[in-house]
Write a protein of this length. Structure first.
Length: 234
């Protein structure tokens, strides 16, 4: 499973993400936009100029660190690397995604061990928005968040314990995307190059995220969605 690149940051993207959690049409638009960004990284065969990097694996030159400065310790948890990369981008420092640099990231481990993680995420998100988008935009986003409720979860057919049927009449390769969000993005994904009887979440991953609900999507090489299912990992 390939983890997604960090989401592009900007006022438009923040607003689209909020709307996607509340309306199916906005969600479909946001997924298409996210999918193009994700696959540009996943399918890269050489270093790709990008600031959408994961804080779980960063290699930073000493002169760049001195120029940008250290991580902002005002972020108790989350967003510190996002803030740093934006500062580097504004200084016009080059940043690259390197496909050959591989690491295994154990999803959500810090948050699981810290009961205040959700609160800290919200605090960091608000601080990040105020620093980079301004108080007026942050207030507008928070007001919209309160006034427009999130849409209820859809009752997609659940995936059986036997796995997901991938013997589909579609042009391969296909991508199986797995997301904890109702909007379906960001998502981890696996590329499937030929028909399979069934697809299962790898056991080493399933064992770490048991008892949680996920949205599983299958999309073709053009980004068109073929299948969507809810899945509770037992």
């Amino acid at each position: 499973m390939l983890l997604p690149p960090a989401e592009p940051r900007g006022r438009g993207n923040e607003l689209l993400t909020l709307l996607a959690a509340r309306d199916d049409r906005w969600a479909a638009s946001a997924r298409r936009r996210w999918r193009r960004q994700a696959r540009r990284h996943w399918e890269a065969r050489a270093p790709l100029e990008s600031h959408s990097l994961s804080g779980s694996l960063l290699a930073i030159r000493r002169d760049a660190w001195k120029r940008v400065g250290p991580f902002d310790e005002g972020f108790r948890l989350f967003f510190e690397e996002t803030d740093w990369l934006l500062r580097a981008r504004r200084l016009r420092l080059r940043s690259e995604y390197v496909p050959a640099a591989e690491a295994v990231h154990l999803y959500n481990q810090s948050a699981v061990r810290e009961g205040r993680a959700r609160l800290w995420f919200e605090e960091s998100a608000r601080r990040f928005r105020r620093l980079h988008y301004g108080a007026w935009f942050t207030s507008m986003l928070e007001s919209l968040d309160k006034r427009v409720p999130e849409r209820p979860a859809h009752a997609f057919p659940a995936i059986s314990k036997g796995g997901l049927d991938l013997d589909l009449k579609a042009d391969y390769p296909l991508w199986v995307e797995v997301s904890p969000n109702r909007s379906g993005f960001p998502a981890a994904a696996e590329r499937i190059d030929e028909p399979l009887p069934t697809w299962k979440l790898p056991e080493e991953i399933a064992s770490r995220i048991s008892g949680t609900q996920w949205l599983v999507q299958v999309s073709d090489q053009h980004g068109r969605e073929i299948l969507r299912r809810e899945w509770e990992v037992a």
